[in-house]
Design a protein around this ligand. Structure first.
Ligand code: NAD
Length: 358
């Protein structure tokens, strides 16, 4: 495969590869689009088996960030960085300083933040070399943990889907949550407070028991969550929860949760539609986290303090976008994820045209 032939490359403005012999850094920064603003997306550290695998992941993730940022109506494009390495054994301050220099070299076209394998402590080292870092603690612009904001967006999205598909409010609605980690726990508490009946699972038994006790929830084994009698299935663990196999077991009429890349395949998305299940596209409903990060970038850019009211207004706007996706999908009798992709692409193309005309 050459870079330009890769299906994942399509539409990318730039791909930057950096290495630093002294620290051992090998990283790729992919900038999919800056049409709506500087590209923003986290940095992932992962022991990729090959540089090709790292490249494809960076490209796939950066394009996904363009779509997510566009749907969250942020003045940000999409980008992502990946560091090739094992985050458990290969992290050093020098590695992240070298990463910071790489981000600086991209000249402000890319803002980095946390992703899998990278923590605020690591980013603090990167920040010594570049200002284009969000997700740090301890300054006035800092946005803190994005999980509560992600959970608030998902909560509002679940409520919207329940109102539309079941014509009722959340009281007594049965919600199955797969994964009660950072986002899942906040979501469970919000739904419980709104009167929903919860069925929870997690591979971490201790967390599961604690959250279940606090939300008066029923507990099932991880493999049993697809078979429970629920109105809503909320994937809040890893990606790929919705496959043709799991779909044949899920009885819920609504799928709405925080996890990224919920659909294991395009076929699974089509099948959801064929079965009349209302699916809230993952990268729309879980946009609260990136909105929170965008609040930090905005504050840093303006040399202001973080503004929670701005974040809340963006969350309101996100719900209008989700409604727009659901309306259009219903009107055109098409799967919601296809409609969301189309709207995201149109928003990006619109920004490109505006740029060209300016
Ligand atoms: P997390 O790691 O804190 O929580 C995930 C939970 O899922 C953990 O408790 C884990 O034990 C559990 N889990 C893993 N595999 C499981 C399985 N097979 N069955 C049941 N439980 C399982 O992560 P998080 O920050 O809560 O994020 C959850 C999902 O939401 C991820 O897909 C993430 O990419 C996505 N997301 C998170 C944010 C955010 O703000 N944190 C924003 C957008 C999207």
């Amino acid at each position: 495969m050459t870079l330009f032939d890769s299906p994942a490359f399509e539409g990318h403005e730039g791909v930057h590869a950096f290495s630093d012999e002294k620290s051992g850094l090998k990283c790729i920064i992919a900038v999919h689009s800056t049409a709506r603003g500087p590209a923003a997306g986290g940095c992932r550290m992962w022991p990729y088996a090959s540089s090709e695998e790292a490249l494809v992941d960076a490209l796939r993730l950066s394009r996904a960030m363009s779509y997510k940022n566009a749907m969250a109506d942020l003045e940000l494009g999409g980008g992502k960085s990946v560091i090739i390495g094992d985050s458990r054994t290969q992290k050093t301050p020098q590695l992240f300083e070298a990463f910071g220099r790489a981000v600086e070299d991209v000249g402000g076209k890319y803002w980095t933040a946390e992703d899998v394998g990278v923590s605020p402590v690591d980013l603090a080292y990167a920040r010594t070399q570049t200002r284009y870092v969000a997700g740090l603690d301890g300054h006035a612009a800092a946005s803190g943990d994005p999980s509560p904001v992600t959970a608030e967006g998902v909560f509002r999205g679940v409520r919207l889907c329940v109102q539309r598909a079941l014509k009722r409010d959340l009281g007594g609605v049965r919600v199955a949550i797969q994964g009660v980690g950072h986002v899942g726990e906040y979501l469970a508490k919000k739904l419980h407070a709104a009167g929903a009946k919860l069925i929870l699972t997690d591979v971490n038994g201790e967390t599961l028991r604690r959250v279940a006790a606090e939300t008066n929830a029923e507990v099932v084994a991880p493999s049993a969550i697809f078979d429970v009698d629920a109105d809503v299935f909320a994937p809040c663990a890893l990606g790929g929860a919705i496959s043709l196999d799991t779909l044949s077991r899920i009885r819920a009429k609504i799928i709405a949760g925080a996890a990224n890349n919920q659909l294991a395949s395009a076929d699974a998305g089509r099948e959801l539609f064929n079965r009349g299940v209302l699916y809230a596209p993952d990268y729309v409903i879980n946009g609260g986290g990136i909105i929170n990060v965008a609040g930090e970038i905005r504050a840093l850019d303006r040399d202001e303090a973080f503004d929670p009211a701005w974040v809340d207004a963006k969350l309101d706007r996100l719900m209008l976008t989700l409604e727009e996706v659901l309306d259009q999908a219903q009107h055109e009798r098409r799967p919601t994820h296809e409609v969301a992709n189309e709207i995201a692409r149109a928003r990006i193309v619109g920004a490109v045209r505006k740029q060209a005309a300016a």
